[in-house]
Design a protein around this ligand. Structure first.
Ligand SMILES: NC(=O)c1ccc[n+]([C@@H]2O[C@H](COP(=O)([O-])OP(=O)(O)OC[C@H]3O[C@@H](n4cnc5c(N)ncnc54)[C@H](O)[C@@H]3O)[C@@H](O)[C@H]2O)c1
Length: 390
């Protein structure tokens, strides 16, 4: 460890293999902004992954990271994920994300969020923020005081409000598309479906599924949350670990990422995995392959949980709930298309989805090579021909 590193971090903070610029280049990020305002207690990082399709959009997360490197890794991974999610959803948005390093129960203040808002404003729309883990409506209101580049603000402020019901609708439609592929029709009636988590997305999802008279099981680490959903929907409550060992038709992880891993794959008995959580596969490549071997159909997480971003994107054009729901319903066809591509090329569905998202980004970037009236040219001799995609 060199002298500079000694000054900025303790030995345990520093991962000797961490190389920021090589990570940026490998993951193809455009820009990282480090935001510091010590008087307001602000340590934040904004990551802009790709703006080919439009301004980068993604939520702000406040988390007590165990090291600054963890925070950087998280924001890099999450912002890249947003590029793929928006691209596959047909949105004209790029991928971005922001993190504030701090304890969301103790370190919040008006000054902190207003300072963050000013940094967002300084990016002039290259990054548009929204709510994510650890952020409340009040925090968003403070950010909104300083910048217009905010989405997902409360309905009373002209925003689209809580995205969870729309997210749940998209997960439901994605699940039905998977049922159609696996069983030949998309009815969930009589199907044994296990939902992990009984939070915002899961509770709305359970409502949709219950209407189809499925046999529903639900778990949460807080049993009272699972009980509350059970009361509304007639689901049976199971202990958190038991959800992996049930005999199910469909498993729907709606709590955490990484739940499909080397360990859980030994127990899972289901035909389909379709859930709202982000990053469900612990290792996309490895577990995508293992799911094929086990004959389990996987509806890619970021495709079927895109209702939230679709809802937020609608806010940018003047929020219209009906249109947002209609567009979210198209997740059904997107998922079937991904299944077709995966089958044709004999690859995991998550890989197929990544390829199709990349294809859209490349194709749209290529459209920009056509000279249009949006480009500027005054005709003066020697002037550079400028292009403007706006
Ligand atoms: N809210 C949205 O619009 C949205 C959009 C896209 C993706 N997601 C993802 O969906 C997931 C759920 O989001 P949410 O907004 O419903 O969150 P939430 O916090 O309301 O619900 C999560 C629930 O999972 C429970 N939980 C945690 N660990 C568990 C475990 N091991 N077993 C069982 N239950 C457990 C929690 O107690 C909580 O009740 C998250 O991964 C989130 O990133 C949410």
């Amino acid at each position: 460890m060199n002298e500079t590193m000694d000054k900025i971090g303790t030995k345990s903070d520093v991962d000797e293999n961490f190389e920021l610029f090589s990570d940026l280049s490998n993951m193809e990020h455009e820009q990282i902004v480090f935001c510091s305002k010590p008087e307001a207690g602000l340590k934040a990082i904004i990551a802009i992954h790709d703006t080919t399709l439009g301004p980068s959009l993604g939520g702000l997360r406040m988390w007590n990271y165990s090291s600054e490197q963890d925070a950087i890794r998280d924001v890099l991974r999450l912002s890249r994920g947003m590029t793929y999610k928006s691209a596959i959803s047909g949105l004209n948005l790029g991928g971005g994300k922001a993190v504030i390093i701090g304890d969301s129960r103790k370190d919040k203040s008006e000054a902190l969020f207003r300072a963050f808002g000013r940094f967002v404003d300084g990016l002039s729309g290259r990054y548009i923020t929204a709510e994510d883990v650890g952020i409340s409506e009040q925090d968003m209101e403070w950010i909104f005081t300083e910048t217009k580049y905010v989405t997902g603000i409360p309905k009373h402020m002209g925003g689209s409000g809580n995205p969870s019901p729309v997210t749940a609708y998209g997960v439901y439609m994605g699940m039905k598309a998977a049922a159609k592929r696996a069983y030949g029709n998309d009815s969930l009636t009589g199907k044994r479906i296990g939902i992990q988590g009984a939070g915002s997305v899961a509770s709305h999802l359970a409502g949709y599924i219950a209407k189809e008279k499925a046999e529903l099981y639900i778990s949460d680490i807080f049993e009272e949350k699972a009980e509350a959903v059970a009361k509304q929907t007639g689901a049976k409550v199971v202990k958190p670990d038991d959800i992996y060992t049930l005999n199910l038709d469909i498993f729907s992880p709606c709590a955490l990422g990484g739940v499909i891993n080397d360990d859980t794959l030994n127990y899972l008995k289901c035909d389909i995995i379709a859930g709202g959580a982000n990053n469900i596969l612990d290792d996309e490549e490895k577990h995508g392959d293992l799911l094929i071997q086990k004959g389990i159909l996987y509806a890619p997480d970021y495709v079927i949980n895109a209702g939230g971003i679709i809802n937020i994107a609608s806010e940018m054009e003047g929020y219209n709930e009906k249109q947002a729901m209609e567009k979210t319903g198209r997740i059904y066809d997107t998922v079937l298309n991904i299944f077709d591509y995966a089958e044709k090329h004999n690859i995991p569905t998550i890989t197929a989805s990544n390829i199709l998202a990349e294809q859209r980004i490349k194709a749209v970037a290529n459209v920009g090579t056509v000279y249009s009236s949006k480009s500027h040219f005054s005709g003066r001799k020697g002037e550079v021909y400028l292009r403007d995609r706006s």
